[in-house]
Design a protein. Structure first.
Length: 377
């Protein structure tokens, strides 16, 4: 019995040491570890549920308290959630925003001296925060462009027998969508200029052509919006050609586009166009393995969450952040941290291109739930 109580006393002591490491030293009241508020934009794109869970676990591992909220692609709703975090005394907010309507909540956080980390998506048109952590989003787009380049054998193709593609972009309210698109077009534009590649439907050369970019963008990354646009294209602009490829900005939209194609006799039975993606969602990796979707981009969001929480910890402790596994955006992509009102420090992780040959990479990295992993085996 005596032995047991000694063990218990030791365990309690070790436990409180754990708190002192993060939460309590981190500026929380003496009775409670500090609170970190985690606001994720949506659940209809699967990755965010993983991000929310990963962030919460990483925050708690460092001895802080965590609250997670999902905004359902509704910025007013997310602002309410952010206000709740502030009311609950949060020391720091990790925010994956929906659109720049988030600014009023970020301004309130700044007024309360609560630090904000823009997570994955830059918070635009705000000067009220200092840190952003994400992947090299231009490179994500370059990988998508390279997917079409390889899948359509563009290097060997000639303008006598051009390949036909159509272009989709992500949400016009998500700054990432522009980086993905511009990265992809940096690979594709030379082929379009030489006539090897022909674009069916609107062709913004870059996202700076706002009028045409809006026409190919997909409000709030909603799959039904992309599916309807693809059906309309197939029945109109693309009615008299066979599409060889589709630039799709993420997996959720790629699968919607593939669904629309499969309902069209021209593309059924193994005749799908080369369709790109992003996020290495289980359904898309399975589709790649089975030869339907052509590629995706794996962004190890568990690593992103871990790095974001390390950044949070160092900010709360007043340290100058040093985040292993990331590089600070500079040179050509320094603008990745440009909100329009300020250049914030942008920490970047590296994405990985996934095709049929290396589909196992996200599986080996532990990216999938046990149920998803079982479906992939
Ligand atoms: C993220 C992507 C995601 C998309 C839709 C982007 O901001 O970077 O990973 O697919 O939002 O949720």
């Amino acid at each position: 019995m005596k032995k047991l109580s000694m063990v218990l006393i030791m365990l309690v002591a070790i436990g409180s040491l754990g708190f002192a490491k993060g939460g309590q030293q981190g500026g929380g009241s003496s009775s409670q570890p500090a609170l970190v508020g985690i606001a994720m934009p949506e659940t209809h794109v699967q990755r965010w549920q993983k991000d929310g869970a990963n962030l919460k676990a990483a925050v708690e591992k460092l001895g802080y308290r965590a609250e997670v909220a999902y905004g359902d692609a509704d910025q007013n709703r997310q602002n309410q959630q952010l206000q709740n975090f502030l009311t609950n005394g949060a020391k720091l907010l990790i925010v994956g925003n929906i659109n720049d309507g988030v600014n009023s909540a970020i301004a309130d956080a700044a007024q309360d001296k609560v630090a904000v980390i823009a997570y994955d998506r830059l918070i635009m048109n705000s000067a009220d925060y200092d840190y952003y952590i994400t992947f090299n989003n231009f490179k994500v787009g370059q990988f998508q462009g390279q997917g079409l380049e390889t899948g359509l054998k563009l290097k060997e193709a000639s303008s006598d027998a051009p390949k036909y593609i159509t272009l989709f972009a992500g949400s016009p309210t998500d700054n990432n969508a522009k980086f993905f698109f511009d990265g992809a077009m940096s690979v594709l534009n030379p082929y379009i200029k030489s006539g090897v590649l022909r674009v069916i439907g609107p062709y913004p050369e870059t996202s700076a052509d706002n009028a045409n970019f809006q026409r190919i963008a997909t409000e709030n990354w909603q799959a039904p919006v992309a599916k309807t646009r693809m059906e309309n294209l197939l029945n109109n602009d693309a009615a008299n050609v066979v599409l060889d490829g589709v630039l799709a900005p993420n997996d959720t939209l790629a699968r919607a586009i593939i669904e629309a194609c499969l309902a069209d006799a021209k593309y059924a039975d193994g005749k799908l166009p080369v369709v790109t993606g992003q996020d290495a969602e289980a359904d898309s990796v399975l589709s790649i393995k089975n030869g339907q979707q052509y590629m995706t981009v794996f962004k190890d969001t568990a690593k992103l969450a871990e790095a974001a929480v390390l950044l949070a910890d160092q900010i709360i402790k007043g340290q100058d952040p040093a985040i292993p596994g990331t590089t600070l955006a500079s040179g050509d992509i320094a603008s990745i941290g440009d909100t329009g009102k300020k250049r914030v420090k942008a920490y970047l992780l590296e994405p990985v291109i996934i095709i049929q040959d290396n589909w196992q990479i996200p599986l080996d990295a532990g990216h999938f739930t046990p149920e998803e992993a079982a479906r992939l085996k």
